[in-house]
Design a binder for this molecule. Structure first.
Ligand SMILES: C[S@@+](CC[C@H](N)C(=O)[O-])C[C@H]1O[C@@H](n2cnc3c(N)ncnc32)[C@H](O)[C@@H]1O
Length: 269
């Protein structure tokens, strides 16, 4: 469990800290409806506290969620416990590592939101993930994920001293609690790693209570590299979009997202 970033401290604050992140929700609802509909079934990898899974279920799709972190899954279970029966019936949760899992079931769509493919930092881990996904796809099924486009300006600036940047500062409606999250980002350009320190500070009625720091490591992936990874994993690109409105990636001047739908190559023969 040592390699799990999302432990209890991160998990219990996740929903508050990521309340701002809603721009991708209609996209994942639309895509899962398209591939799974009301008859089929979807699988969200690294589902966390159900930020995306829940609204997908609300839109009528039956969805399974898999996550490595028992703490994130505990938060997910708490949320489901308060949900209407119609939502609870549509959501099934599993604990597992997305590099190696076996749910003894296949899905119409497997999806991995919010840059989380980038947690797979080595080529071996990335290929293991694609292999696990392939075993869980029904014939005709697809794998979808989104990644940010690496920012060359930020990478080039990494020689300068890193500074804390405010990421999020939000008041909680109940109890006057405010959580502030700052980040300090460094790039290891040789290993193609992003090393982020998150500083979480909590205030109650304006009075500072405590802080803690957590470290997250990601990789970053360029478009050409992604094409090679997908081909090497034995998949083929169905769609490559640059935003959540499904704009073709290659038609955009400065896309900031890489959003892909891929499927195992053998299906195309
Ligand atoms: C950025 S959060 C995303 C959660 C959720 N999908 C969302 O969009 O809010 C990343 C999630 O990946 C999970 N995770 C990290 N490594 C994993 C692995 N090897 N297998 C499964 N889940 C993993 C973490 O526990 C965490 O819940």
């Amino acid at each position: 469990m040592d390699d799990i970033y999302y432990k209890e401290r991160e998990a219990t604050r996740y929903d508050l800290e990521y309340r701002w992140k809603t721009d991708d929700i209609p996209f994942w609802q639309g895509l899962t409806q398209e591939y799974a509909g009301r008859e089929g079934v979807a699988l969200e990898l690294a589902c966390g506290t159900l930020r995306v899974t829940y609204p997908v279920a609300e839109s009528g799709v039956r969805v399974h969620g898999l996550d490595h972190s028992p703490w994130m899954l505990t938060e997910a279970q708490k949320r489901l416990a308060k949900a209407p029966a119609s939502i609870r019936e549509r959501v099934t949760l599993h604990q597992g590592d997305m590099r190696a899992f076996d749910l003894v079931q296949q899905f119409d769509i497997v999806y991995l939101p919010f840059n989380t493919l980038l947690i797979m930092r080595t080529t071996e881990d990335q290929l293991a993930l694609f292999d696990s996904v392939r075993r869980h796809l029904k014939p005709g099924g697809v794998f979808a994920f989104d990644l940010f486009v690496p920012d060359l300006t930020r990478i080039a600036n990494q020689a300068r001293p890193a500074v804390w940047a405010n990421e999020q500062d939000e008041a909680l409606s109940e109890g006057g609690v405010r959580v502030q999250r700052d980040s300090l980002t460094r790039y290891d350009t040789l290993r193609q790693r992003i090393l982020v320190k998150f500083r979480h500070r909590e205030y109650v009625n304006g009075v500072f209570q405590h802080e803690f720091i957590s470290d997250l490591q990601l990789t970053y992936i360029f478009p050409r590299e992604l094409e090679h990874l997908i081909a090497r994993a034995g998949f083929e690109i169905v769609d490559y979009w640059g935003d959540y409105n499904r704009t073709d990636f290659w038609s955009m001047q400065e896309p900031w997202k890489q959003i892909l739908v891929v499927r195992p190559k053998e299906q195309l023969q």
